[in-house]
Design a binder for this molecule. Structure first.
Ligand code: 9MG
Length: 363
C-alpha cells in the first residue's frame, strides 16, 4: 500500500524504490494512488509537473498509461483548449481603417478573413480582433463605431474555427462579441470600465487583465514608477482579487504586464528582465511587444514594419522567461522562432525555480 507522508516536501514520499515499483507495475493500483497523490500535492503546492524536470522522468511514464491523469497544462477558451507546453501565438487583427501603423490596414471583413486565414496557415493559436486603437495618443471611438468595425469581422472569422479574442474595454462590445463566438476578452483596462467586470463574468469567456498607467491618450507623457515590477505586480494582484470577489474563476484569467502602456523603454526592459515575477500569479502570462515604440527605440527603426527582428528577440526572451502567449503582428516569423526555442531541451525550464529537494532527488 502506498502511503504518502504529508509532512514531506512534494513527491519525496515517492522514494526512488517506490517509483521504480510503480514504473514496473503499470497496472498496479499503487500507481493510481501515487498519481492521485502526486496530482493533489501538485495542485496544493502549485508545482507544474511539466516544468519540473525530475518529476517528468517519473510522472510521464506513469501518467501516459492513465488518460484520466493527463497532466498536460492547458487553458480553456470556450470549446477550445490551449496547450501551454509551448508558447501560444496570438495574431493581431486591428480593424482600424484610418491607420497603417498597427500592421495591415484592415477595413472590411473579407480583408480580415484573408489576413486571418494566412495567420492560421502560419500557425496562429488565437485571433485578437480590435476596433479601437490603444496606441499612445489614440482617442476613443464611439460604441457604435467599435461594434460596426468588429462584429462583421468576428462573424466572418468563425469560418476559421480558431479561438477569437475581442480586444475591447467596453462592456457592450464584450457582450456582443462573446455572444457572436469570441472566447477571450482582451481588456487593456483590466475590466475597470463601467460594467466591464460583470459583462466579462456573465459572458463565460476568459479574460486578459493588463496593466496600464494612465490612458492611451496620455500614457506615454511621463510614466513614473518607484519600482515598476512591484507596482505592476501589485496592480495585477488587485485586479485578480477584484475579479475573483465579483465571481470570476481565476482559471479564466490571463495576466499581462502591459508593455508600452504608460512605460518607458527602461521600464519595459525591466519588466521583460523580471518577467518570471508574473508567473507567481499562476495564470498564463501574455506578452505583447510587437513593433512597439521601445523596440523601435532600441533598434533605431522608425517604421513599425522594420521592427520585426527586434520584436522577435524580445518575444523569445519573454518565452524563455515564462510567457505563455505572445501577441504579435508577425505570426509566421514568431511561430518559426518559437519552434527553434522549443527544440532546445528544457529551454523554458529555469532550474532555479525547482526546489533544491527535488533537484537533489531527481536532478
Ligand atoms: C490591444 N493591445 C495592444 N498591445 C497589447 C498588449 O501588449 N497586451 C494586450 N493584452 N493587449 C494589447
Amino acid at each position: 500500500m502506498f502511503e504518502p507522508n504529508p509532512k514531506e516536501p512534494f513527491a519525496l514520499s515517492l522514494s526512488k524504490g517506490r517509483a521504480a515499483q510503480i514504473l514496473t507495475q503499470p497496472q498496479h493500483s499503487v500507481q493510481h494512488q501515487a498519481c492521485g497523490y502526486m496530482l493533489r500535492r501538485a495542485q496544493h503546492e502549485r508545482v507544474s509537473f511539466n516544468a519540473t524536470p525530475g518529476l517528468e522522468r517519473i510522472s510521464k511514464p506513469v501518467f501516459k498509461h492513465i488518460p484520466m491523469f493527463d497532466t498536460t497544462p492547458t487553458f480553456a477558451l470556450g470549446r477550445y483548449s490551449l496547450n501551454l507546453t509551448r508558447p501560444q501565438v496570438m495574431g493581431i487583427l486591428n480593424i482600424t481603417p484610418d491607420s497603417f501603423a498597427d500592421g495591415a490596414r484592415i477595413s472590411n471583413s473579407n480583408q480580415a478573413l484573408e489576413i486571418a486565414a494566412q495567420m492560421v496557415a502560419d500557425g496562429v493559436d488565437i485571433l485578437d480582433v480590435g476596433g479601437e486603437s490603444t496606441r499612445p495618443g489614440a482617442v476613443p471611438i464611439s460604441l457604435q463605431e467599435e461594434l460596426d468595425r468588429v462584429m462583421p469581422v468576428i462573424e466572418a472569422l468563425k469560418a476559421l474555427d480558431k479561438p477569437i479574442s475581442i480586444d475591447t474595454s467596453k462592456a457592450e462590445v464584450m457582450r456582443a462579441a462573446t455572444r457572436a463566438g469570441a472566447v477571450l476578452i482582451n481588456d487593456v483596462y483590466a475590466l475597470r470600465g463601467e460594467g466591464a467586470l460583470s459583462a466579462a463574468i456573465e459572458s463565460g469567456a476568459a479574460v486578459v487583465l493588463m496593466h496600464m498607467q494612465g490612458e492611451p491618450r496620455d500614457m506615454q507623457h511621463a510614466p513614473q514608477y518607484l519600482d515598476v515590477v512591484e507596482e505592476v505586480a501589485r496592480f495585477l494582484t488587485e485586479r485578480i482579487f477584484a475579479a475573483q470577489m465579483a465571481g470570476l474563476d481565476k482559471k479564466r484569467v490571463i495576466v499581462d504586464p502591459g508593455f508600452g502602456f504608460g512605460k518607458t523603454t527602461a521600464h519595459n526592459m525591466e519588466l521583460l528582465g523580471q518577467l518570471k515575477r508574473f508567473s507567481q500569479f499562476e495564470c498564463p502570462v501574455l506578452v505583447g511587444l510587437s513593433r512597439k515604440g521601445s523596440i523601435g527605440e532600441l533598434t533605431q527603426q522608425k517604421q513599425a514594419s522594420d521592427r520585426v527582428a527586434g520584436s522577435l528577440a524580445a518575444h523569445i526572451v519573454a518565452a524563455q522567461r515564462g510567457a505563455a502567449i505572445i501577441r504579435t503582428h508577425d505570426v509566421r516569423a514568431t511561430v518559426d522562432a518559437l519552434r527553434v526555442l522549443q527544440a532546445i531541451p528544457q529551454a523554458r525550464v529555469d532550474k532555479a525555480s525547482v526546489s533544491p529537494d527535488l533537484m537533489a532527488m531527481f536532478g
